[in-house]
Design a protein around this ligand. Structure first.
Ligand code: AMP
Length: 427
């Protein structure tokens, strides 16, 4: 089978790594890919926003299956346009991708299906949004409705912050994404992510994870795309997963089918685990990055048949097996990230660092030039390890990092700290 994988991050390297282990795979092409992916797949430059070009490429190259990594092409309707040409796709339709593309859409689904989530108001003008915010008081959460590359959410501790965030949205700071604003109750608890595959009707739970969004140790500093993650999330006990499936995931999937937009793809639910159980913070319509890296490290089964069954509507025939141990990934980023950073520095020592069988180094912003690995992005490498405990996986990941020679890179030194604290309390 010939596969086109779309994307260029650590998530796509982890997916490519899993897919290349499948006996069903003949050829893997990745657009655009990165330095790490180029060692295991053919990387091509293709304008993903030009759906005609993607369709033409699939026909010319006899692509049997397209796997879409990031959310933007899904929200733009790439899956619809490929499906219309008879090309099989892993990823939801444009309508179903509104689960990530519009916060108000997801809130309306929660209302219809009585799904536990934060109380909210939805506004198209600043004065009404401010009046509601003043009435509710702080802390409160202000969200641009649309896709804002993870930057459209402000958890406001003071009224001034909240009102400024509302002004920012309506002043166009997030472009069209901020034309509508959702003001939400601030939930208190521990955050965790839960992943499922869904074929429109059947739901196959995958596993749980937690990530670290802030750039510095102790979860301090500005938000990033994610500085590290681990799986499973200790807070997601079996009982919590069951409650989340029954109260949140299954009603959502049912609600999407009822609305005539059945959800097909991976559904990534962000929960706040409150005193009364999980509440939905958000849905994403893709694997998380870097959560995907830890998921793929724990997956024992062949990924490809599960993704195909998702597209074919036969997930009820799939059963996935997972390693019971922990996977943990540490993101190495270019000095300066998430602000401005230099590109073009040379990274060495990667082969030595990855020599442990329980370590994989997934590339994000890298390119290969004359056999050398060059940093080309903000988040650059995901050093990923497995271990019997979070502590063991963490030690293995940092031991690998110590063998990487990249003076212009940095990473957090405490990925997994919360889970390790919990582990050590239990011991
Ligand atoms: P989102 O893009 O909706 O996931 O929001 C980004 C981050 O903002 C989440 O991961 C949470 O840390 C925080 N957040 C979003 N909504 C809430 C909420 N209602 N209460 C508390 N924190 C929130």
């Amino acid at each position: 089978m010939n596969i086109l994988l779309i994307g260029s991050g650590g998530r796509e390297h982890a997916l490519a790594w899993s897919l290349t282990a499948s006996p069903l795979l003949t050829r893997l092409v990745c657009a655009p890919g990165n330095g790490g992916i180029s060692r295991i797949a053919d990387c091509v430059s293709l304008d993903i926003s030009n759906h005609e070009a993607v369709i033409g490429f699939c026909k010319d190259e006899k692509i049997d299956f397209v796997i879409v990594g990031p959310e933007a092409p899904l929200v733009a309707g790439l899956a619809d346009d490929l499906n219309a040409q008879g090309i099989k796709v892993f990823g939801p339709s444009r309508a179903a991708a509104q689960l990530e593309g519009s916060k108000a859409f997801t809130k309306a689904l929660c209302d219809r299906k009585n799904i536990p989530t934060a109380a909210y108001g939805q506004f198209t003008d600043a004065e009404a949004a401010k009046a509601y915010t003043r009435e509710q008081g702080v802390p409160i959460v202000i969200k641009a409705d649309g896709l804002a590359a993870g930057k459209g959410v402000t958890v406001a501790e003071t009224m001034d912050q909240a009102l400024d965030a509302i002004d920012d949205c309506f002043a166009g700071k997030f472009g069209d994404a901020g034309a509508e604003v959702v003001v939400e109750e601030c939930l208190v608890g521990e955050e965790a992510s839960f992943f499922v595959l869904c074929d429109g009707k059947n739901v196959l739970p995958l596993v749980t994870a937690q990530d670290h969004k802030r750039v510095y140790d102790g979860d301090e500093g500005p938000n990033t795309g994610g500085m590290g993650a681990y799986s499973p999330a200790p807070v997601m006990s079996e009982a919590m997963c069951t409650q989340a499936m029954e109260e949140i995931i299954l009603p959502s999937v049912e609600g999407m089918a009822e609305a005539g937009m059945p959800y097909k793809g991976v559904l990534y639910a962000g929960f706040m685990i409150t005193e009364t159980g999980p509440k939905l913070i958000e849905y994403n319509v893709r694997f998380g990055d870097p959560e995907c890296q830890v998921l793929m490290m724990r997956l024992k089964s062949d990924l490809l048949p599960a993704l195909l069954a998702t597209a074919d509507g036969i997930l009820n025939h799939v059963d996935l097996r997972w390693h019971d141990d922990v996977a943990l990934t540490v993101v190495m980023a270019a000095e300066g990230y998430p602000g401005s950073y230099e590109k073009g520095s040379i990274i060495s020592g990667l082969e030595d660092a990855a020599s442990d069988d329980l370590v994989e180094i997934f590339h994000a912003g890298t390119a290969l030039e004359d056999g050398q690995v060059i940093a080309t992005g903000g988040r650059v490498l995901n050093v990923t390890a497995r271990g019997q405990t979070v502590r063991e996986a963490q030690e293995r990941a940092y031991a690998a990092i110590a063998r990487i020679d990249w003076a212009q890179g940095f990473c957090r030194s405490d990925i997994g700290w919360r889970a390790i604290e919990r582990e050590e309390q239990a011991a």
